[in-house]
Design a protein around this ligand. Structure first.
Ligand code: MLT
Length: 324
């Protein structure tokens, strides 16, 4: 009889796992987007979040927490309770460039998170306002070198993708434009369309619609090949600046010590979103690059973040990028 009871207990123990993980999620999940609504990080978060919510059976509520190039929102996420009910969309800026730019950064991208998975790669484009005098990338290079601080460059805060990738461009061209900071490149794009700022380096998913509508100029895309979403936009190599090659990425993270079973549930929901035909179409139509299966694991993301911090630190230090 005792053996039967012990066997029954063992089955219960094996099958239960932490009770929280078994029931997860039993209420809505907050997804922190560390930039203003409408920008690339927000766009990707809402696209993948919509399908993840279906898989998880609970709402995913996006909370835009902007400031300090995305580090304000990511700090909030890093300090959240590790129960799976607060996750965040980080990216190449918050989890790659930030340590080089913020000496007193209140999180370590390589230690203070449970990586969930990569959501989308985002090629970078150099874009300008519609009436900006330069017609080609070569004209733009000359114009920036001639006009220097008279030219305004929009970005989403020190350490953001739009800031780091245009810092890289200016370092290569040996120019210094006047920087205009926004709480995200959603609002920045509004001013570019309105003609209030001159140019920007931004992630493709934010730009495709405005470029197709002819509301802004697209000088080049900084990837080896043209994007299928923008077949008429030349690569930087074709346009005469082959050394300017840069792409960004957006990825989901949970606070450190979030239970592994919960991280696995979230990774599975993200994986299913990236396999869903309608979700893929939305990301691809905006020029997003969908990671293959090998690039979707939590382990892969953890290693990738370490490599990105190591990659961006010397680039930004060489560019003399402004620390906080
Ligand atoms: C950035 O890093 O520039 C951000 O992704 C912009 C944004 O998402 O608003």
């Amino acid at each position: 009889m005792l053996r039967l009871v012990l066997a029954a207990l063992a089955v219960v123990a094996l099958g239960s796992g932490p009770a929280s993980a078994q029931a997860y999620p039993n209420r809505p999940v907050t997804l922190i987007v560390p930039f203003a609504a409408g920008g690339p990080t927000d766009i990707i978060a809402r696209i993948v979040g919509e399908h993840m919510a279906r898989t998880l059976g609970q709402q995913i509520v996006v909370e835009n927490v902007a400031g300090a190039g995305g580090t304000t929102g990511i700090t909030r996420g890093a300090q959240a309770k590790p129960d799976g009910y607060t996750i965040m969309m980080g990216h190449m800026g918050t989890h790659g460039a930030a340590p080089a730019l913020y000496p007193r950064l209140r999180y370590d991208p390589t230690k203070d998170f449970e990586p969930i998975g990569l959501a989308a790669g985002t090629p970078i484009l150099i874009v300008g306002r519609k009436a900006f005098p330069p017609n080609t990338l070569k004209d733009l290079i000359t114009y920036l070198q001639t006009n220097q601080a008279k030219v305004n460059q929009a970005h989403a805060g020190v350490g953001s993708v739009s800031h780091t990738t245009c810092t890289m461009l200016q370092s290569q061209l040996k120019v210094k434009s006047t920087l205009v900071a926004y709480r995200g490149t959603g609002p920045a794009l509004n001013d570019l369309v309105g003609g209030q700022v001159d140019y920007m380096c931004d992630q493709i998913v934010n730009l495709v619609e405005q470029i197709k509508a002819g509301n802004i100029r697209a000088y080049a895309i900084a990837t080896p090949e043209r994007s299928p979403a923008l077949p008429d936009v030349p690569t930087t190599k074709e346009a005469g600046l082959p050394q300017y090659q840069v792409s960004a990425w957006n990825a989901l993270f949970a606070p450190k010590d979030t239970p592994k079973e919960i991280v696995a549930r979230l990774n599975d929901a993200l994986d299913k979103a990236l396999d869903d035909a309608a979700t893929r179409k939305r990301l691809l139509d905006l020029g997003g690059v969908i990671p293959d299966k090998a690039g979707r694991t939590s382990a892969w993301l953890g290693n990738f973040v370490k490599a990105e911090v190591d990659r961006w630190t010397p680039i930004l230090k060489a560019a003399g990028a402004v620390a906080e």
